[in-house]
Design a binder for this molecule. Structure first.
Ligand code: UD1
Length: 373
């Protein structure tokens, strides 16, 4: 008679927009293991429908099993509130493992809770470092990696960073980029989106812009220079700018709305869902961004990307991909944008293991570890 394998409970945490496309392929991969009960806890760090719910629909993710409804706040308030509420869930559900992704406040808050309760933590997208401690995400990455039990790495730089920090090799797994799993999964569906027609750019060349980092949008001079850069580009090409809530707030506070109001070639819209955004990115001549994920997605798609930051925690997108760090040089960016529109940009190639199978590799390793415990 074969002995029944007891079921294991795994909780994956999502909180903010960049988390959803990382947990979707993991959730799918967990379904192939009947011995694992996989639950999703949403902290509610992002809560607007277009920053959260639409991603569940687009990515065919089930509703979260638990919604903590934390909302916005200072870093301390947000992190502390997530810890208080997530601890209750962990105590009630007693998971065998908790999976956290990326580098947002929800990632570090939930990792801290688990490490104090001796619940193993798996960190997906471990080892990335910008070496810029002014970025809240860098602090989140360092702390999460220092207490995680399994560290899943998306690019080779992550391996050397973790080794330098003294993390033993036995905890580190180079598995590739789980966000690219979602991109590969949903590329065809995104291609059927009608967004290009809806916003009037079908058959046209355009740049797609996303900006939300405090270094770009919370400093009036920088935000004003960014809008001037977009004005310059828009003289010859359409510019699509889905505006993040933080950026919208700062454009209002700094009274910069007038710079945009009369320019019909700068198409402002609310944040877009996953499929519409992917559809627009795939046909863009240029992406201008300070996001981490878009540096990777544009590298995969071969779209030139200008990153409006002085550093990146994803160096493979520069060394092998289509990404260029533009720092805060908005004038140079406006000039170089024209070259990108003419097809004169670095071509790059797809980094190792960005092959759509990362979630399968991760879940297989998690299952093996759970069987050992
Ligand atoms: C967070 C992450 C960042 C990630 C980004 C993606 C941290 C430290 N930062 O930054 O790494 O790249 O998400 O978007 O975790 N707001 C809304 N509705 C929402 C969410 C936010 O209006 O659904 C507004 C609130 O005014 C809030 C502000 O946006 O204060 C910023 O939100 P917050 O979650 O604090 O940080 P993000 O800038 O979104």
């Amino acid at each position: 008679m074969s002995k029944a394998i007891p079921s294991r409970r795994v909780i994956s945490v999502v909180g903010a927009r960049p988390n959803f496309m990382k947990v979707a392929p993991l959730h799918k991969a967990f379904q192939k293991y009947p011995s694992i009960v996989h639950r999703i806890v949403h902290t509610g760090q992002h809560y607007d429908a277009n920053m959260s719910k639409i991603f569940f629909d687009d990515l065919e993710l089930p509703h979260p099993d638990v919604y903590l409804g934390i909302g916005s706040g200072s870093h301390a308030v947000q992190t502390a509130k997530i810890m208080v509420e997530f601890e209750k869930i962990v105590l009630a559900e007693k998971p065998d493992m908790v999976v956290v992704v990326g580098d947002v406040n929800s990632t570090v808050a939930c990792s801290l809770v688990c490490s104090k309760l001796l619940i193993p933590v798996a960190h997906v997208e471990a080892g990335l470092r910008s070496f810029d401690r002014a970025m809240p995400e860098e602090i989140n990455r360092i702390i999460t990696d220092s207490i995680a039990d399994l560290l899943f790495v998306s690019e080779r730089s992550g391996l050397s960073n973790l080794r330098t920090e003294g993390i033993p090799d036995s905890k580190i797994f180079f598995v590739g980029n789980v966000m690219i799993d979602s991109l590969i999964d949903f590329k065809d569906k995104a291609g059927r989106s009608t967004i290009r027609k809806t916003i009037g750019v079908e058959g046209k060349q355009y740049a797609i812009v996303t900006l939300h980092r405090p270094s770009n949008v919370d400093v009036r001079e920088n935000l004003a220079s960014i809008l001037t850069m977009l004005e310059k580009i828009s003289k010859r090409h359409a510019v699509i700018f889905p505006v993040h809530p933080r950026t919208r707030k700062m454009i209002g506070e700094f009274k910069l709305v007038e710079k945009l109001r009369l320019n019909t070639n700068i198409i402002l819209c609310d944040p877009l869902g996953y499929l519409d955004f992917l559809c627009l990115l795939e046909s863009a001549s240029l992406a201008i961004t300070d996001s981490g994920g878009i540096q990777e997605e544009s590298t995969y798609l071969g779209i030139p990307c200008f990153t409006m930051r002085e550093n990146t925690e994803r160096p493979v997108t520069v060394s092998e991909g289509t990404n260029t760090l533009m720092g805060f040089d908005y004038e140079k960016s406006a000039i170089e944008a024209e070259a990108a529109f003419q097809g004169k940009h670095k071509k790059g190639h797809i980094p190792e293991f960005w092959d759509g199978k990362t979630a399968e590799r991760i879940v297989k390793i998690i299952e093996e570890k759970l069987l050992l415990n």
